[in-house]
Write a protein that binds this ligand. Structure first.
Ligand SMILES: [Zn+2]
Length: 102
């Protein structure tokens, strides 16, 4: 997990992408990711989830990823479960900037 987070931070430092931090709990609140390609964009999604903690302090496990299209924007909805208290939540990411880019 630490190695993964370290790698992702390098991506940001290289200027390949950036994250605009918001709550990300609904489509309206989606975290907008600006990246040059899908590989970088998805990496940033997972880096963000790995850096978030449940209110109990636990880390999140990714359960499911779903693609959404709404109002002309493209989103990834990622369902996660806390590894400690098993509470579930979802993260919404606006992936319009990099979707389909290789
Ligand atoms: Zn928890």
């Amino acid at each position: 997990m630490l190695l993964f987070r370290g790698l992702s931070v390098n991506f940001i430092q290289k200027g390949k992408g950036k994250v605009k931090i918001m709550a990300g709990e609904t489509v309206k609140d989606a975290i907008t990711i600006v990246a040059d390609d899908e590989l970088t964009g998805v990496e940033i999604e997972y880096m963000h989830i790995a850096s978030e903690r449940c209110s109990c302090g636990g880390e999140y496990d990714v359960e499911m990823q779903q693609f959404l299209e709404q109002g002309g924007r493209l989103y990834d909805k990622i369902d996660v479960t806390c590894t400690q208290c098993k509470k579930k939540r979802s993260f919404y990411f606006d992936i319009t900037s990099f979707y389909g880019k290789m």
